[in-house]
Design a protein around this ligand. Structure first.
Ligand code: FAD
Length: 485
């Protein structure tokens, strides 16, 4: 008889793991507390507007393709991809940088800002490409069990890049502050300050300028729908509105889970919920990490989000827009060093209906605004309102239009919602940052050291935050669990 696996949560990592485990012959059931699957990547539809509630940047298309290929499928079996052109736009105080869909176009833009910089950019991206190949071929698909996983001929040759930070490397080669901010942006996806992120992670710059920015027609949720369909084709059963409130341990072994009204037996338990929360479902002596451990870790930011329906098409915007028109360093300090509401925030605005008309009613625009903030901050309706006023005014000034009277509705989402809806530690938006001391085997592991047959996946474990790493995390944990059989 096939072994039963109970999976807690239905984010990208849990969905990926459910597919791999089912393919390996396990009987897989997914228990999700919310009414829909997808975790932080849920979608909200309202009055004809469609909002991806979390991820909106589709980077590293090769990782998505590799996932579906493992099942003899392709992304095109489940969704249609467009390469965005331009990829995105960055608003500064006195200029706007447009990132095109090819390195040649981006070089032209760099030359416009800093004459002579395109040569340095080509060399930088070439090194980043090699780092990307090494990261994918030799590092990220490793389970984070031993430090030796990081030791390869290629990494040894580049060991200095693990001890230098990306901020320093960028500054050695570029002098213009706008180009520096542009090149520091991609590593923000890893959750830490560029000055606290190893130079080797420049592979994110290759993901950005080399591999491009894509959009699944209908939104990022199409990926979740595709993965759910694949999982169901493979025999996975989904149970939404099932909040797991305990992991059952018998003689040091996970033997099932508890929901409000059910006790569900399983041979193995896998949690794709936030690691910290999962451990809270165990008796204290069975937890691997103390509260003090978690409190010392660098977490990725939380976010203040606004989902807005506009009753007109907006001017001077692209699908993805970064507003880097204030002091980047100061905002980063307010996120990581002295956690506080930012005095003059940078923000991101996403308008998927610019390139995908299915995301909004005719002649309307779907808008998603994101302000990164420190996790664990006080979150009140007044603060949300105050920041809405700040960013909408800045948005109007920078894009040269009035939009305040064109808002049909708006909803916000912040620290409290991350905690209530996803059981997120301090309301983090995208997990535990990837810094030198929080990478690979130094992250919380995929397998419990205290409870047999209890496993973890997702953005707080290996390899780290973001959608592509979550897909990889699901694969890695299912390989460990399959070996165990
Ligand atoms: C606003 C925002 C923007 C982002 N932008 C990007 C982007 O552009 N590109 C990118 O690649 N990444 C982005 N990310 C990061 C990316 O979304 C995440 O890294 C990824 O989705 C995390 O997936 P996960 O598998 O770790 O689980 P999660 O998505 O965290 O899912 C965990 C699931 O577990 C469920 N759960 C929790 N507790 C229980 C319980 N007790 N019982 C049952 N179920 C439970 C939760 O409800 C949730 O569904 C963004 C994240 C956010 C929040």
């Amino acid at each position: 008889m096939s072994k039963k696996v109970a999976i807690i949560g239905s984010g990208f990592s849990a969905l990926a793991a459910s597919c791999y485990l089912s393919k390996e012959g396990f009987q897989v059931d997914v228990y999700e507390k919310n009414g829909t699957v997808g975790g932080r990547a849920r979608q909200m539809t309202k009055q004809g507007f469609t909002f991806d509630m979390g991820p909106s940047w589709y980077w590293m298309p090769d990782i998505f393709e590799r996932f579906f290929k493992d099942f003899g499928k392709s992304t095109s079996d489940y969704y249609e991809l467009d390469r965005l052109s331009p990829a995105y736009k960055i608003f500064f105080q006195d200029d706007v940088i447009t990132i095109g869909d090819s390195l040649d176009k981006i070089c032209e833009e760099f030359e416009r800002i800093e004459p002579g910089s395109s040569g340095a950019l080509k060399r930088f991206i070439d090194k980043a490409r090699r780092n990307y190949e090494i990261a994918i071929d030799e590092i990220v698909y490793r389970p984070g069990i031993s430090p030796l996983e990081l030791v390869t001929k290629d990494t040894v040759l580049r060991v200095d890049q693990f001890f230098k930070n990306i901020s320093g490397e960028v500054r050695k080669q570029f002098k213009n502050p706008k180009l520096i901010a542009t090149l520091e942006f991609p590593v923000l996806f890893l959750g830490a300050k560029p000055s606290n992120t190893p130079a080797f992670y420049s592979f994110m710059n290759y993901a950005d300028f080399g591999l491009g920015t894509w959009h699944p027609k209908g939104g990022m949720y199409k990926i979740i729908e595709g993965m759910r369909s694949l999982a169901e084709e493979l025999g996975v059963q989904f149970h939404t509105n099932h909040n797991v409130d305990g992991i059952v341990v018998t003689n040091g072994k996970a033997t099932g889970i508890k929901t409000e009204d059910k006790h569900i037996d399983a041979d193995m338990v896998l949690s794709g919920a936030d690691y910290h929360h999962t451990e809270s479902l165990l008796e204290e002596p069975l937890r691997q990490f103390s509260e003090s451990y978690w409190s010392k870790k660098t977490f990725a930011p939380s976010s203040l989000l606004f989902y807005i329906g506009f009753d007109k098409k907006l001017d001077n915007i692209e699908h993805h827009n970064l507003f880097f028109d204030t002091d980047f360093e100061k905002h980063a300090t307010e996120i990581y060093d002295t956690p506080s509401w930012p005095s003059d925030p940078l923000f991101y605005a996403n308008f998927p209906s610019v390139t995908d008309l299915s995301m909004a009613p005719a002649s309307c625009e779907t808008g998603f605004f994101l302000v990164p903030i420190a996790p664990g901050l006080e979150d009140t309706p007044e603060l949300r309102e105050q920041y809405f006023d700040i960013i909408i005014k800045r948005f109007q000034d920078r894009t040269g239009q009035s939009v305040e009277n064109n808002i049909i509705f708006r909803e916000s989402f912040c620290v409290k919602d991350f905690v209530e809806q996803y059981n997120s530690y301090k309301g983090n938006a995208y997990g535990m940052a990837n810094t030198l001391t929080q990478t690979a085997f130094l992250r919380p592991g995929l397998k419990s050291k205290k409870v047999r047959d209890l496993y973890f996946t997702g953005q707080l474990t290996v390899p780290g935050p973001g959608v592509p790493p979550s897909l990889i995390s699901g694969k890695l944990v299912s390989e460990l669990m399959s070996k165990k059989r």
